[in-house]
Ligand binder design. Structure first.
Ligand code: ZN
Length: 254
């Protein structure tokens, strides 16, 4: 129980940092030196205004200076990261294997933030995540597992690229962004190819109601697919379903 709380708190703090990275990286703002500020009145935040979750609750979701509302997404992403970290500990325990899911979850949280806000999946995060996961897999699971992981990543990338070419031809416009294809490589490093098909399927299923509602409001809807893929991947990862096929899924439901 003690470690569940520790992992939750680490997740809260990192979740707060990942949001800063996800919001600043695509617009080229520094996220290391400059202090967080209120997006409305630009007031630099004091340390006690930066405590994840706690500050938001104490300040009742308002900036201390300008009293404007602070977006609920801040505490929500902190909470999401905290819960994911705590669940990772419950599922994987204090083993060295836990490093790989924690790395993937961290990268995916940053990607969800950037893709929701700017419709951008930063290349830097794909690159950093891929390098970390390949190196970690090599040292934790050995050379053979590392090669398998790389092959799975490439398969997922190529598979998604083919889906994009078909999609572009059918819809006569860009169906999938380049970021989504690179994202499949990163996630593919951790999942088997057949599970990647499940992830795509479930992500599309989840994105559909959202896409339809956007379609009803806007004429030219652009739906970021990355957050749906990422959330599905995180869920399957925490269920330890990294080698799971569509047929297994159907059998499970029926
Ligand atoms: Zn303010």
């Amino acid at each position: 129980m003690y470690f569940v709380v520790v992992f939750f708190i680490i997740g809260l703090v990192l979740g707060s940092f990942y949001q800063v990275v996800g919001l600043r990286l695509p617009v080229g703002e520094s996220f290391i030196n400059s202090r967080s500020y209120c997006p409305k009145c630009k007031k630099k935040l004091k340390w006690y205004e930066l405590i994840p979750l706690v500050s938001y609750i104490i300040q009742l979701g308002k900036c201390r200076k300008c009293k404007k509302r602070i977006s609920i997404t801040y505490p929500l992403f902190e909470l999401l990261t905290g819960v994911c970290f705590a669940l990772s500990y419950v599922v994987f325990g204090l083993t060295k294997e836990i490093i790989i899911p924690l790395t993937l979850i961290s990268m995916l949280i940053i990607i969800i933030v950037s893709d929701t806000k700017y419709m951008v999946i930063p290349d830097e995060i794909i690159l950093l995540g891929s390098i970390l996961i390949v190196v970690e897999t090599f040292f934790i699971k050995g050379g053979q597992a590392c090669l398998t992981s790389l092959f799975n990543g490439v398969f997922a990338f190529v598979g998604m690229y083919i889906v994009k070419i078909l999609g572009d031809a059918i819809f006569r416009k860009e169906s999938l962004g380049g970021g989504d294809i690179k994202l499949m490589f990163l996630i593919g490093l951790v999942f088997s190819f057949k599970t990647m098909v499940v992830i795509l399927f479930l992500a599309s299923f989840m994105a559909l109601p959202y896409a339809i509602s956007v379609l009803l409001i806007k004429k030219d809807p652009i739906v970021p697919y990355g957050p749906f893929i990422s959330l599905t991947a995180i869920a399957l990862l925490l269920l330890k379903l990294t080698d799971f096929s569509l047929i297994d899924l159907i059998n499970y439901i029926v």
